[in-house]
Design a protein around this ligand. Structure first.
Ligand SMILES: [Zn+2]
Ligand SMILES: [Zn+2]
Ligand SMILES: [Zn+2]
Length: 251
């Protein structure tokens, strides 16, 4: 395997909200981790801090926690596998045989899965193959036969649902990494959902848009707008790619 495939990933970004004095924060960070070990970027919503290594990252997190700063951190993703769709193999083909056949050509296979029909659950001549991340993976689209079968290989596009925090109800991060004040999913008060004493005959109030639904309602206009934005983005990213498949997995 290429050595540059195993590059050490940078630590997750830290997002700080409601900062009043950047100069003061910068001085503190310089004094505690050193001037060359972090960089920041401000948007109208928050300040993003990127640390250069995990020691710096831990020191910054420790400082922010002690000073009770409002911040959230993006989850580190494990090495994502490279998923392809293989068509035209007979549904009875053992997944092990497919794995070995692809492995023999020089790819590292993580798993092989047969796709079932959505309603009848019958086996389809379609297989999902997950490859370990590697530069050569993109060459696999030239492969047109394995196991005496003329096959077609396509990319798989996932449409992920937008993540929502169950602590502060905001989109884009999860509860585990949230240090914002709790907000209720049922009414628009700043308390945790467990502490809510709204009765069932009172209508819910969405803390995101003010509408009469709970904050995790998928039909909330804010959620719908974000979903559309993400969908349009993935379409424009793939626009120039000829091998577009119509399989969409909703997670
Ligand atoms: Zn949150
Ligand atoms: Zn409440
Ligand atoms: Zn809403």
């Amino acid at each position: 395997m290429d050595t540059d495939e195993k590059k050490i990933k940078p630590p997750p970004s830290i997002f700080v909200r409601g900062l009043l004095d950047f100069a003061a924060l910068r001085t503190i960070l310089i004094n505690s981790v050193g001037i060359n070990n972090f960089f920041v970027k401000s948007t109208s919503k928050n300040l993003k801090i990127q640390s250069i290594n995990s020691d710096t990252y831990r020191s910054i997190i420790k400082y922010l926690k002690e000073s009770k700063a409002e911040c959230h951190i993006f989850q580190v993703q494990e090495d994502k596998s490279f998923r392809i769709v293989v068509r035209n193999l007979h549904p009875s083909t053992p997944t092990v045989d497919i794995g070995i056949a692809i492995q023999e050509i020089g790819y590292t296979v993580r798993s092989v899965m047969n796709v079932l029909h959505k309603t009848t659950k019958s086996k389809l001549p379609i297989f999902f193959v997950d490859l370990e991340p590697a530069k050569i993976n993109k060459d696999i689209f030239h492969l047109n036969s394995i196991l005496n079968t003329k096959i077609q290989i396509e990319e798989l596009y996932k449409r992920r649902d937008i993540i929502q925090c169950t602590n502060c109800q905001e989109y884009g991060h999860s509860k585990t990494y949230c240090a914002y004040p709790s907000r209720c999913v049922r009414c628009n008060f700043n308390h945790s959902t467990l502490a809510c004493n709204k009765t069932n005959d009172q209508p819910p109030v969405c803390v995101i848009c003010g509408g009469d639904h709970t904050a995790n309602y998928r039909g909330c206009q804010v959620h719908k707008n974000l979903q559309k934005l993400q969908h349009d983005k993935s379409i424009s990213n793939n626009k120039f790619n000829k091998k577009v498949t119509l399989i969409i997995v909703i997670l």
